[in-house]
Design a protein around this ligand. Structure first.
Ligand code: FJE
Ligand code: FE
Length: 376
């Protein structure tokens, strides 16, 4: 058997190694796109009536709401010291927790353990998010050579270091507080292995790409811990990985619009954080415990994922005597069919078939896959 063939078999779960036992084929979120056409031609009398209607509409609907009425209650668009000091949530529609899932440990990769929240059975679809793993890995375990196509992986180190290398010669080490935002696009084959001694911890989030972006050139955006935008307001620290919070903004370009903020709240502090309306959002508690969404809600402890309902912002209270650390992630849903087979995430079964073939034969972005194997 050729090495390529062996690799394909391994990666697709056809061989014994545990790394691709999680290959899942799934269909969901089938939202067909609608098109509108307007080709009507009006006779002249109808045209006049229509013009009159437009004028009336302008006077009675558009003008009163923008000019004649008093200005609407100002909306607070970003948290500031005064927002967080006020006790009432500054949101018109505060987001509530609609689902709470404990990320239980499971084996993944080669001898590694992950706590999976998004992507597990109870939490399969949170468009555009495909997977969230909290990993805790020591040598010699890790995630040896494997491919990706059709989505982005965001690796955020919480403690320790991870070495990565890919089939195009890109390599490096992500250390505590660093972020690697990898847009796999049409294809990346890489290895991700612990670099230090002891347990190396982090979060890996998979973000789906829209059909028009699935086959783009791969790209990396890497931020060292010291270069991550930070802000601190009233006992709340934000490290902004994507989007903005507490007046700090990230330079990361998110092809699928995404917000990703790591918050640490001192005991007794509270936070009112705007979250774009219409986006799907969740919280993952890393450390400590906090009250999310409603002041009277029961506190949530570490390793829980909280799915947030609709609304324009999230309020959080730390009423414990320890720091609370959590990430708040939100993304604009793609509303497209999702077909996943392990490390390939496309829109149809045919595209998955194509991805497997491309990987197998080293085509359409996987050209370097057959000659390459990591030194890890
Ligand atoms: C993968 C199995 C895997 N979670 N968290 C199947 F293990 C992986 C994979 C990872 C991974 C890597 C890191 Cl650094 C952190 C992870 C799964 O590499 F991609 C598939 N398809
Ligand atoms: Fe990977």
């Amino acid at each position: 058997m050729t090495t390529t063939m062996m690799r394909l078999r391994q990666h697709l779960g056809l061989a014994s190694p545990a790394i691709y036992t999680s290959a899942i084929g799934r269909l969901g979120n089938n939202t067909p796109h609608r098109r509108r056409t307007s080709t009507a031609i009006f006779p002249s009398s109808t045209q006049k009536q229509l013009l009159l209607l437009v004028i009336l509409l302008f006077f009675f609907v558009l003008i009163p709401s923008s000019v004649l009425l008093p200005p609407a209650r100002p909306r607070i668009m970003s948290s500031s010291a005064s927002d967080s000091a006020s006790s009432a949530a500054p949101f018109e529609k505060p987001r509530a927790v609609v689902k709470k899932v404990l990320a239980e440990s499971q084996p993944e990769g080669q001898g590694a353990t992950v706590r999976r929240s998004i992507g597990r059975h109870e939490l399969r679809n949170l468009d555009p998010f495909l997977m969230l793993d909290e990993f805790s890995v020591s040598k010699p375990a890790g995630f040896p050579d494997h491919p990706h196509r059709g989505f982005e992986t965001v690796t955020y180190m919480l403690e320790g270091a991870f070495a990565h290398q890919d089939f195009a010669g890109h390599k490096g080490t992500i250390k505590t507080g660093d972020v690697q935002w990898m847009t796999a696009g049409r294809g990346i084959v890489h290895s991700e292995m612990p670099a230090g001694d002891g347990v190396q911890k982090g979060l890996q989030l998979w973000i789906n790409l829209s059909s028009k972006d699935k086959m783009i050139e791969p790209r990396y955006q890497e931020l060292e811990s010291k270069d991550i935008s930070r802000a601190e307001v009233d006992g709340v620290e934000a490290r902004v990985i994507a989007g903005e919070a507490l007046g700090a903004a990230s330079p990361v370009y998110t092809r699928t619009p995404t917000m990703y903020v790591d918050f640490t709240m001192r005991p007794g502090s509270r936070l009112h954080q705007p979250v774009p309306e219409g986006w799907n959002a969740f919280v993952y508690v890393v450390d400590g415990e906090g009250v999310f969404g409603r002041e009277k809600a029961a506190p949530t402890a570490a390793h829980h994922c909280l799915v947030l309902g609709p609304g324009d912002g999230l309020s959080v209270w730390n009423r414990s005597d320890r720091p609370l650390r959590f990430v708040l992630v939100a993304g604009k849903p793609l509303g497209e069919p999702v077909v996943q087979h392990g490390p390939f995430v496309m829109n149809s079964r045919a595209e998955i078939q194509q991805a497997m073939e491309d990987y197998y034969y080293g085509k359409n972005g996987f050209e370097r896959a057959s000659q390459w194997s990591s030194s890890a």
